[in-house]
Every structure is written in structure tokens, then in C-alpha cells.
Design a binder for this molecule. Sequence first.
Ligand code: EPU
Length: 421
Amino acid sequence: MIRYTIHGGTPLHGELTVSGAKNAAVAILPAALLVDGVCHIENVPDISDVRLLLQIIETMGVAVRRVGATTLEIDSRNARCVPAPEELARKIRASYYLIGAQLGRFGRANVALPGGCNFGPRPIDQHVKGFEALGATVEIEDLSVFAVAENGMKGSHIYLDIVSVGATMNIMIAAVLTPGLTVIENCAKEPHIVDLANFLNAMGAKVSGAGTDVIKVRGVPKLTGGSYSIIPDQIEAGTYMAAVAAAGGNVVVQNVIPKHMDCITAKLREMGLSIAEYDDAIRVEKTRSLKAAKVKTMPYPGFPTDMQPQICVCMSLASGESAITEGIYDTRWRYTDELQRMGADISVEAKTATIKGPHELHGCTVRAFDLRAGAAMVIAALAADGTTVIEDAQYIERGYEDIIGKLTALGAKITRDVVTD
Ligand code: EPU
């Protein structure tokens, strides 16, 4: 177990640089399996989800070499169609992209059903619907997915029943080497979807429409390789912005695409944070106390569910009654019990949380139940008086590169221990 200890109450000052986007990287790395050549991928975040995926693709004959601080050389010329190691695949939700990648490259796939954060049921029926439309037979047995296209795959028209980030990207990956035209309708529009399409196109694919709700993929016989740089992580940037809203201070968040931040910037401004946007940076400054707000999480360009726990901490510190309605997952509220133990006043009914503030937060021992819940605990601890101990902080390291170093540079008092018992 990893444990963080945070002595709160110190405002954050200085600059930090956001890493490459986790949810782009975890799709692009499996998609590199499609490339019958060498690709150089820059701005790859050094986070545990990425390290796990790299371990998995290495077992499939993919050669991975670090050629720069954040650049990887990935050579999939000798990739083999072998099952993804079950114990690794189950640890990470994004292993589902290996189904699309194996199917696209080899016409068959065998991947254990994905794990990841537990927010209630997270089916993959829309992914399966897409693979079947392309000509694959998909079976799920003993919590593993077996897909095979005995007679090859063929471009098809797929209408997604729900807007799904994973299904949109997985079908795109499976379709890139599939002969004919694949049209995916009712697509998700997140920045990482555009990033995956840009990566695939840089490798020789023909994908158009990413970022709109209709994506077209014209199959090509081969992807040959090239260079690509992953976009900055919208949620990592938003998390540090929320940390300034909660703990106070004045911070320049470098390496962001301000347009991707609009949904988060608008809400934090409404709550009273001063935010200035530059070409590839954002300055956040807390000059007054926070005001209550209402937010509903939605697919992009709406307010992201992956910022829901972090904004909840800010709302606990804001004056008035705030509300959050969760629009993506059935349940994502486990962290609210931990925040209440720190002094927050939150009541949850079905998909809506009502947060009354302002309430001072007090340090105590809390758990990180998942990645973003853990990020919320860090933010709460930075704003709290006294000392907070965050247990199970390894979840945070699934998605935040060097969070200790980045926060320490801003003046936070945070330490990390590995606890063995
Ligand atoms: N859904 C289905 N069937 C499907 C696919 C999804 O019913 O076949 C449902 C889900 O249960 C959920 C909704 O549709 O209620 C949206 O799910 P989506 O497929 O968009 O999410 P995902 O691909 O499983 C990715 C991110 C999540 C992020 C969501 C929403 C990765 C690896 N994960 O998950 O990221 O919350 O999109 O934006 O990209 C995180 O980074 O903390 C995280 C959890």
C-alpha cells in the first residue's frame, strides 16, 4: 500500500507542467499494436496504468524502448496474437482496447475482462456490438472476452445506443485495418478521441470526423509508423486548478490546451476563482472565498465525471448550497463518506449530492477508493487544517504522474510511504 501524509493549510504558489493525457495514452499504446512498423510516441505519462499496459503489450512481442524523458519507441513488427496475461489485464480498465487492437491486427482476440475503478456496473456491450457489426463473433466466458472473425472483417455502420468513450475508441481501433468504410454514429467527443484519431492518421490510417458525433474510418491495408505527441491531460490540469480553488494560492498550469478546459474553467470561475488563459497555459488564482454552484456531469463538452469528486471538495468549502448530479455512472459517491469525516456536509440521494458550505475541513485518516476519489482526498487534505493520512494512495498513481513532486514544488507539505505489512 502507498500512503500519503499531507500537512494542510498552505496555499499553492508557482508553476507546474501537466503530463500527457492518461485516457489518450491508454488507448494509443494498445492501438500501436496495429502498426506494422515503428512509432515514436511523445508526452507519454509515467503512471502505473501506462506501465501496466506496456508490460502487457511486451508479452505480445511488441518491443518498447524509452528514447527520451517522455518518449517511447514502440516496434510492433513482430507482434504475436497471444492472450493478454490475465492477472495484468484485469488490473486496468483500458485493457479492453487490446480487444479492438488484436481483432484489427490478427482477426482474433483474447483478453480478460477489464477491471479499473468501481462505480457500479460498467458493461462493454457497445464495444461488442461494434465488433460484431464488423464481422467478429464475440463470446464472454469465465470473465474473458474471445473474439474471432473467421471470415475476415468488413466495414459497417454502427449506431451506439449510449455515448461511450471506450466503445467509440475501441471500434475505431478495430476498424482501421478493416476493409471498407466503417461509420460510427452517436460517438463520444472527448479530446482523447480526437487524439487517438490523430495518432492513427499519423501512422497511415484514414479516420475522419473525430470530435463530432459521426466518425468515419476507411480501412487501409497497413499502418506503417511515424511520430506522435499525446495531448496534455485535461483532468490532471483540472485537478490542480481545483486544488488552488480549495487550498488558495496562485499557480500557472503549463502544457494545457485551454479549449479542452472550458467546461472546468467556466465552473471554477462561476465559483469565484480568477482564471487567465494563455496559448498553452492557465493561471489560477484564489482572490476571494468560493461560492456555491450546481453541476451535472456529462459527456464532453459537458463537465467531466472524472472531475466530480474534486469539484465536490471545492463545493464543501464554498458558501451556500451546491449540488452535483452524476450523469455518467450509477454511483460515484464512496468518497463522500471520507470527506464527511473531514468535516464536509454532503447528502447523497440517487444520482445527486447536495453539499452545504462553507465547512472547514480537518485532517484525519482517509482512504483513496479510486483514482479521482484519491485526487479529491489530496485536494481536501491540502485545504484542511492539521495532518491527513491518505491510505491506498496507489490508486492516485494510476493517473497522476509525480503528484508528490509537482505539489511539493508548489509549496505543499506532502510525503509518500510504501507500507508493507
Ligand atoms: N457503458 C455501457 N456499455 C458500454 C460502454 C459504456 O453501458 O459498452 C456505460 C458505462 O457503464 C457508463 C457510460 O456508458 O455508464 C459511459 O462509459 P464510457 O464507455 O464512456 O466510459 P469508459 O470508456 O469505461 C472512460 C474513462 C473513464 C471516464 C469515462 C467517461 C478510460 C480508460 N476510462 O471510461 O476514466 O470516467 O470514460 O468519461 O478512458 C478516470 O480516468 O478516472 C476514468 C474512470
